[in-house]
Design a protein around this ligand. Structure first.
Ligand SMILES: [Zn+2]
Length: 215
C-alpha cells in the first residue's frame, strides 16, 4: 500500500491515514509495520523502526486526538481539554534525533519520537495562522483534511487522483445522463414514474458542476 501526502501538513497527512471516516472507514495503518513505513514515507524517520502493537495503538490514539482537535477547531468549538492535554504531552516528548552523516541527514527515533513529530506539527497548525486555511475535501465521502495554499483560496479536493477525477467523471456521467433524460422528458412526464429519475440526474449534474467550478 502506498501512502499519499497531499495535506500540506504532517499532522493532517497522519490524520488522513484513516480514510472515508463518515461512510466506510479504511485503515491504512493496520499493523505496526504499516506505521513504521508511514514514518519513513512521511520523512519523519530515515529507516523503519521496530514498533510493537502497543506502539501502534498509542499512535492511533494520538491520530484520533489530532483529527478530533482539528475538526473541533474547524467547527469553531472549544478544543476538548483531555485531547489537548494528551496532544501537549506527546509534543513535549523527544522528537527524532537528527544527525548529519556522510550519507546525508539521518533521522532516528521510536514510536514516541514519531508521535512527538506529529504532535508538534499539530500544535503549530492548531495554534498558527494556517488553521483558517484548513479544509475538508469537497468529495462528500472523503474526510481528508488539507491546508489550502492556493492563491485564490479555493482548492476543493485533497487530490486530483483520488477525488478530483472522481467528481469530474461523475459530473461527465451526470451531464450525459441528464442530456438523455432531457430528450425523453416529455414522454416520461405522462407516466410520472420516471420523473424522479430525471430530477435526480439534474440534481447531480448541478452539484457536480458546482464542485468542478471550485477546482
Ligand atoms: Zn478527497
Amino acid at each position: 500500500m502506498t501512502f499519499v501526502f497531499v495535506s500540506g501538513d504532517l499532522a493532517l497527512d497522519f490524520a488522513g491515514t484513516r480514510k472515508w471516516r463518515r461512510s466506510a472507514p479504511e485503515e491504512l495503518l493496520g499493523t505496526p509495520a504499516d506505521a513504521a513505513r508511514w514514518a519513513v514515507a512521511a520523512g519523519v524517520l530515515t529507516a523503519p523502526p521496530a514498533l510493537s502493537v502497543s506502539d501502534l495503538t498509542a499512535l492511533l490514539v494520538l491520530r484520533e486526538q489530532v483529527y478530533g482537535l482539528t475538526t473541533a477547531a474547524l467547527a469553531g468549538h472549544t478544543l476538548p481539554a483531555r485531547d489537548l492535554r494528551a496532544l501537549n504531552a506527546a509534543a513535549a516528548a523527544a522528537p527524532p534525533r537528527v544527525t548529519l552523516t556522510a550519507g546525508g541527514i539521518r533521522r532516528a527515533g521510536d514510536a514516541t519520537a514519531i508521535g512527538a513529530a506529529v504532535a508538534i506539527a499539530a500544535v503549530e497548525l492548531l495554534g498558527g495562522p494556517e488553521i483558517t486555511s484548513v479544509r475538508e475535501c469537497a468529495l462528500e465521502e472523503c474526510t481528508r483534511l488539507f491546508v489550502d495554499r492556493s492563491r485564490a483560496g479555493n482548492r476543493a479536493w485533497c487530490g486530483m487522483e483520488e477525488c478530483g477525477n472522481r467528481v469530474k467523471a461523475a459530473a461527465y456521467r451526470a451531464r450525459r445522463g441528464a442530456g438523455r433524460s432531457g430528450v425523453g422528458r416529455s414522454g416520461v412526464d405522462q407516466t410520472g414514474v420516471g420523473q424522479t429519475g430525471v430530477g435526480q440526474a439534474g440534481g447531480i449534474a448541478v452539484s457536480a458542476s458546482r464542485q468542478a467550478m471550485r477546482s
